[in-house]
Structure formats: structure tokens, C-alpha cells
Design a protein around this ligand. Structure first.
Ligand code: PMP
Length: 431
């Protein structure tokens, strides 16, 4: 069991100055209990905490570290930018064109793109653009999907909002809440009904095409195709929120994997390679309505800054050049099979969902296809499982409703170690 003396001390101090001691709620370990761990250093697939304990990292900074922490090519590129170029200008720079052009090549539905500083900014901006473009107010999202902490999205939201029991946040006005309609994931009829009831008023449907904030839930291909057809028919903007699954489930994201083309795409996490970057892009005809070309306003003091773009650009180039996706698939499948075999030995039959290197073990036997089935998971068992994994040096997201990310730098020994730890932790969960 790791000794967490210094983490505990730092937490007490942090609580004096920072709400809950953390700058993002799920980090507080509220749903699993125990002391949130203060990290001191990351290297590859491992993190070391302030007490000197080392962990195999399946959180990967919540998604960005598909290539692990401190990848030598990314670190070298950052050092070059820092010492030879500068951190920000607030003017156009050439690197912005380079990343924009690369994005249009990697994600063909993107004809034009704008860089922002987080996934939240990307989704907020994309929704404003869809509203401005269509002249309509309402949006449809899906129960349990998380699109950042923009007001419009904190209605039946996933991720930390779900974990902390605040899927509908106070502070969001009734007016805003009324404009957000929630449908059921993988249920086209629920969307069709909302569109019918709000005929001519729906600006956008925003969806995580692989849901990763209610645990991991793959979308049914026919469901996504149905959304595409419905949006085309009704003049609704289809937004794929690929902040988590973009560059993760395939180089071109879920839209490449499923072969379905959205009108707009939002990106984050991997696109910043561990620095704060987001982006939204899509059809030229729609993107041209953004200021200064059009009158829909969107801006950012540090948007497109060279330091953050360097990490993102280098990450995307490595992913394009080295194509780690088949290996990621193999590694994640190896974990899934190992966990399955452990459960068979123990007479357990919990659900595992996985799309590429995004996976989730739910403590339920009910197939998880949407929010309602995800919440059948036994959170007490998850908490015990989480701590038993942590005790063995495996760092999972401290919530049932988050993804487990396999990274390209994990070795077969790392995977073996994880499968062995899983065998022990599954038993601990049952006690
Ligand atoms: N969309 C999705 C699908 C996400 O997973 C997240 C973050 N987990 C966001 C949006 C928000 O991104 P950020 O935290 O960078 O604002």
C-alpha cells in the first residue's frame, strides 16, 4: 500500500487556498474516498508522487498522453520553441497554418479550423456557431455525455458532474437549461421525438461518438448514421465532440472509425499533447461565419500560441508517421482478454466496454449502452477495486464513469502487471 504522508499534508494545505484542494473536481477522489495523490513527475507510462511512490498511469492526464508523458520528440520540440521562438505573440504565426493544414488532412470533414485553449472552449464555440448559423436556439445532447463545463452542457452531464451527483449544476439559468434537450444515447427514437416536438428550433445535435464520460459506451453505427440522416433532413448541425476520442480511437477519430461525417468537430486533449489546446472545425460554409469573416464572435488571448501548438503539432505528426493504432488496439485487447479470463476464474461476469485504447470495466452484468444502464454499476465495488489497483501501483481514474486509457508506451510487462493486479483487485471488490 503506498504511503501518502506528503500527499495528505499537501491536501490540507491546498484546501486552505483552493476549493476542495483541487483545480478540477474528479481529482479530489470524492466518489472513491481516500487521499488524492499529489504527483511530482511523469515519465512515459509512469508517474511518481511526492512520497516517492510510482504508478503505471491509465489516466494519461485524462486522455492527452496517448504517447506517454515526456515523449522525447515532444520535449525536444517544446525546448526549441521555448528557447528559440517564444511562448506567445498574440499575432498570427506560421505554426497555426501548419497545424490547421495537418488537421484538414487527418480529419477530412474539417475544411477550416480554429484553435482554442480547451475542450470546453471548443464545444461552447461550436454550439454558438451552430446557433448563429441556423438562427435557432435549442440543442440536443445525450444523457451522461460531457462536453465541458459550458452552461448549456451541464444538464444531465457526465464525468465529474455525474460522479459528484451534480449532473444539473446550480448557477445555470432556467433559460439556458430550457434550450438544452437531452436524448438517450444509442436511441434514435428519443432524438426523433425531440426534433419533432421542437420542429424548426433545433440548431445542433452534439454527441460524443464514443461516449467516454459515463464510463466508455460505444455508439451503435446505425444510430450515428440515423443522426446524420436526421440532421441532413432537418437542417440541424451535427457536432461530433471528439475531445476525448479524436486521434485516440483512430488517427481521424471516431468519424474515421465509424465512417460517418459530422458538420462540425470539436477537439481537445491529444491535440495539445499535454498542453492546453482545443479546436473546432468543419465545413467551410459554416466556419466562414466566424468573426472576422462573419459576425459570430469567438476569440482568445492565447489561442494558437506557439508553445501549446508545438506539443500538439509534434504529437499529431508522431501519430501520423508512426501509426501506433494497431499496437494500441492489440495492447488494449490484451488487457480486456486478461480481465475477462480473471473474471471467468473468479466466477464473475462484469461488463467490459472498449473502443480501441479507451476501455471501461463496469461493476454490473447489465450490458451498458446508455446512461441508465451505466448507472446500474455498483459504485461501492468500483471504489474497492480502484483502491486495490492503486495499492498495487496501478493508477486508474478515480471514478466508475471515466475511461481507462492504454498508451502506446506501455510494454507487455506493464500489461501483464495490470492483469495480475486486476485479479487481486476483483477479489477485493467482492469482499
Ligand atoms: N468534451 C469531452 C468529450 C470531454 O471528454 C471533455 C473533458 N473531459 C471536454 C469536452 C472538456 O474538455 P476540457 O476539460 O479541456 O475543457
Amino acid at each position: 500500500m503506498p504511503q501518502l504522508t506528503k500527499s495528505a499534508e499537501l491536501l490540507e494545505k491546498a484546501k486552505k487556498f483552493i476549493p476542495g484542494g483541487v483545480n478540477s473536481p474528479v481529482r479530489a477522489f470524492k466518489s472513491v474516498g481516500g487521499t488524492p495523490i499529489f504527483m511530482a513527475k511523469g515519465q512515459g507510462a509512469y508517474m511518481t508522487d511526492v512520497d516517492g511512490n510510482t504508478y503505471l498511469d491509465y489516466v494519461g492526464s485524462w486522455g492527452p498522453f496517448i504517447l506517454g508523458s515526456m515523449h522525447p520528440r515532444i520535449t525536444a520540440a517544446l525546448e526549441h520553441t521555448l528557447t528559440k521562438i517564444g511562448t506567445s505573440f498574440g499575432t498570427p504565426i506560421e505554426m497555426e497554418i501548419e497545424i490547421a493544414e495537418l488537421l484538414t488532412q487527418i480529419v477530412p470533414s474539417i475544411e477550416m479550423v480554429r484553435m482554442v485553449n480547451s475542450g470546453t472552449e471548443a464545444t461552447m464555440s461550436a454550439v454558438r456557431l451552430a446557433r448563429g448559423y441556423t438562427g435557432r436556439d435549442k440543442i440536443i445532447k445525450f444523457e451522461g455525455c460531457y462536453h465541458g463545463h459550458g452552461d448549456s452542457f451541464l444538464i444531465k452531464a457526465g464525468s465529474g458532474a455525474l460522479t459528484l451527483g451534480a449532473p444539473d449544476s446550480p448557477g445555470v439559468t432556467k433559460g439556458t437549461a430550457n434550450d438544452t434537450l437531452n436524448a438517450k444515447y444509442n436511441n434514435l427514437e428519443s432524438v426523433e421525438l425531440l426534433v419533432k416536438e421542437n420542429k424548426g428550433n433545433v440548431a445542433a445535435i452534439i454527441i460524443e461518438p464514443v461516449a467516454g464520460n459515463t464510463g466508455v459506451i460505444p455508439a451503435d453505427k446505425a444510430f450515428l448514421q440515423g443522426l446524420r440522416d436526421l440532421c441532413t433532413r432537418e437542417g440541424i448541425i451535427l457536432i461530433f465532440d471528439e475531445v476525448m476520442c479524436g486521434f485516440r480511437v483512430a488517427l481521424g477519430g471516431a468519424q474515421e472509425r465509424y465512417g460517418i461525417t459530422p458538420d462540425l468537430t470539436t477537439m481537445g486533449k491529444i491535440i495539445g499533447g499535454g498542453l492546453p489546446v482545443g479546436a473546432f472545425g468543419g465545413k467551410r460554409e459554416i466556419m466562414e461565419h466566424i468573426a472576422p469573416l462573419g459576425d459570430i464572435y469567438q476569440a482568445g488571448t492565447l489561442s494558437g500560441n506557439p508553445l501549446a501548438l508545438t506539443a500538439g503539432l509534434e504529437t499529431l505528426k508522431i501519430l501520423r508517421d508512426e501509426n501506433p493504432y494497431p499496437e494500441l488496439e492489440r495492447k488494449a485487447a490484451c488487457l480486456e482478454e486478461g480481465f475477462r479470463s480473471n473474471m471467468e476464474k473468479l466466477g464473475l461476469n462484469y461488463v467490459q466496454n472498449r473502443v480501441g485504447s479507451m476501455g471501461c470495466l463496469f461493476f454490473t452484468e447489465t450490458p451498458v449502452t446508455d446512461y441508465d444502464t451505466a448507472v446500474t454499476s455498483n459504485l461501492e465495488k468500483f471504489g474497492k477495486y480502484f483502491h486495490a489497483m492503486l495499492d498495487q501501483g496501478i493508477y486508474l481514474a478515480p471514478s466508475q464513469f471515466e475511461a481507462m486509457f492504454t498508451s502506446a508506451v506501455m510494454t507487455d510487462e506493464d500489461l501483464e502487471k495490470t492483469v495480475k493486479a486486476n485479479f487481486v483487485a476483483l477479489q477485493a471488490a467482492e469482499k
